[in-house]
Design a protein around this ligand. Structure first.
Ligand code: 173
Length: 497
């Protein structure tokens, strides 16, 4: 195929004929304009030009090649016609650079909340809004923290805790921590290497990463970045076109993925209002007046705009089909009741994640840790507990090893952490994620000694008092250590928290 000059591309710079360049390839997106989930306006901004930089944080590299019909793939750009332009820094880029330079040194980070505070300070407003937002009044996201504070320890003493071991297995795979990296979408909004920060850190430290369907990096990039023997799971959003899902799942299995986590709590995405408001604020922070003009619904933030492929008709009837297309263990992510936990068990999947999607879906849904207690009781009706054939995981709000230990004492096999790891790489890249693992290790060692548990299987329900867990009103202590009690390090005399 002959090469296409940038001049030829520039001739197609309108809605009636719109060509764009992504990663050195030219695409005719004219007919796709009205279908683009993010609206036509954003594409038209790059009509006749190279759109790679805008494309990259939001789409995996293969999104355009898989979604645009082959005949619209026009060919490669003639590299001799490409004028290298030095990228002009926007005000936002400059601000981000200055804030990154003013970050506290990573040595000053001592707990996982600190990463969040730095991420909040340094992230572009859109990225922070997307990552931190939760649905409606954000009651559930707060409850995810508060619930752990309604559980108290009953520590045992004099048990010779000179050595403690927190390693475990998750779906039969070794893990150095009783914590896995849960899926979070769009990693490049927060760091140019996106999810690869997690992969690299996880490979180095023997932690399991769950690869998100909606990662900014492509699935293959993430698998390619793993070291030999590194364990990865896949989080799955089920496509309306089941052939696409089948291919994706089977490709993942072929590439060595060891577990399939099907998200079951998002037939429609929750309204994350922080994210929704961002849509209509332009770079200068001024609200746009003619909102909705480009076909993007007013109430759609980044996530909703790219989630239309998710199939709301997904049902229990699909489970046998999933079992027929893969031999990977299947885990349902987003279970919230004992009724559904028992259905999952009876449908023969290998586990469940008790999750409310980080508070981003149904607001005032209960926390995973609260549901765990009822779910374990229900599962005991199906045979001896713990059941080697069925693992229960919990995610949402976990920021401390003490949270992890509470969940395990109450019957969780391991816990998922999403945002905290993401914030650690937004703030400090791979090194940040490694530091987050180190914080977990330090806290696990200390807490296990103080509880009197030398290994994960010595964590038993008698070590916690969860009698207040169902009490949703009253004097739940605010999680305000990081707001009021401690003072944050200053850098160059400026406290950025
Ligand atoms: O929570 C999310 O933001 C999420 O799961 C998602 C779903 C679809 C598109 C992007 C993100």
């Amino acid at each position: 195929m002959s090469l296409i000059s940038t001049k030829a591309v520039a001739e197609h710079a309108s809605a009636s004929s719109c060509w764009i360049i992504v990663h050195g390839k030219v695409y005719d997106v004219t007919e796709f304009l009205p279908e683009h989930p993010g609206g036509s306006k954003i594409i038209l901004k790059y009509a006749g030009k190279d759109a790679t930089e805008a494309y990259d944080p939001i789409h995996p590299p293969d999104a355009i090649t898989t979604h645009l019909p082959k005949e619209k793939h026009l060919g490669a750009v003639d590299p001799n016609t490409v004028v290298k332009v030095v990228k002009e820094l926007t005000d936002e880029d400059r601000k981000h650079e200055a804030l990154m330079a003013a970050r506290p040194s990573i040595d000053e980070i001592i707990n996982l909340h600190d990463f969040e505070a730095v991420a909040k300070a340094i992230l572009p407003a859109k990225a922070w809004a997307y990552y931190s937002s939760a649905s409606d009044d954000e009651i559930t996201i707060r409850e995810n923290r508060a619930a752990y504070q309604r559980i108290w320890f009953r520590p045992r003493i004099l048990r010779d805790v000179s050595t403690v071991d927190w390693s475990t297995t998750i779906l039969g795979q070794r893990s150095t921590l009783p914590v896995y990296i849960s899926a979070t979408a769009l990693g490049k909004l927060g760091h140019p290497d996106g999810e690869l920060n997690l992969t690299r850190a996880a490979g180095k430290h023997g932690v399991i990463q769950m690869i998100p369907t909606l990662a900014s990096c492509s699935f293959d990039e993430i698998v390619d970045a793993a070291v030999p023997g590194q364990v990865q799971f896949l989080q799955l959003y089920v496509n309306r076109d089941r052939e696409i899902t089948k291919k994706y799942v089977q490709h993942a299995e072929k590439r060595g993925v060891k577990g399939l986590f099907i998200t079951v709590d998002a037939p429609q995405l929750g309204r994350r209002e922080k994210d929704m408001r961002m849509k209509f604020v332009d770079e200068s922070g001024v609200a746009k007046v003619q909102e909705g003009q480009d076909g993007v619904k007013k109430n759609e933030g980044v996530a909703r705009a790219i989630s239309s492929f998710i199939d709301p008709s997904l049902s229990w009837k699909d489970i046998p089909w999933f079992k027929s297309i893969t031999n990977m263990p299947i885990v349902l992510k987003g279970v919230a009741t004992p009724e559904d936990a028992l259905l999952a068990y009876d449908y023969g999947v290998q586990g469940i994640v008790l999750s409310n999607h980080g508070g981003r879906q149904l607001d005032t849904a209960r926390s995973g840790i609260e549901n765990l207690i009822e779910v374990v009781e229900a599962l005991k009706t199906r045979g001896p507990w713990p059941n080697p054939k069925f693992e229960v995981f919990v995610d949402g709000g976990i920021r401390r090893a003490s949270d992890v230990l509470k969940a395990i004492a109450l019957g969780a096999k391991a816990v998922g952490v999403g945002r905290a790891f993401m914030y650690s790489f937004c703030a400090y890249g791979q090194e940040g994620v490694e530091k987050a693992f180190q914080i977990f290790r330090d806290e696990l060692e200390m807490n296990m000694r103080l509880i009197g548990a030398r290994s994960i299987d010595e964590l038993v329900p008698q070590m916690v008092d969860a009698s207040a867990i169902h009490s949703h009103v009253g004097l739940t202590p605010a999680d305000n250590l990081y707001n009021t009690t401690c003072t944050y390090p200053t850098h160059s005399g400026v406290c950025i928290f």
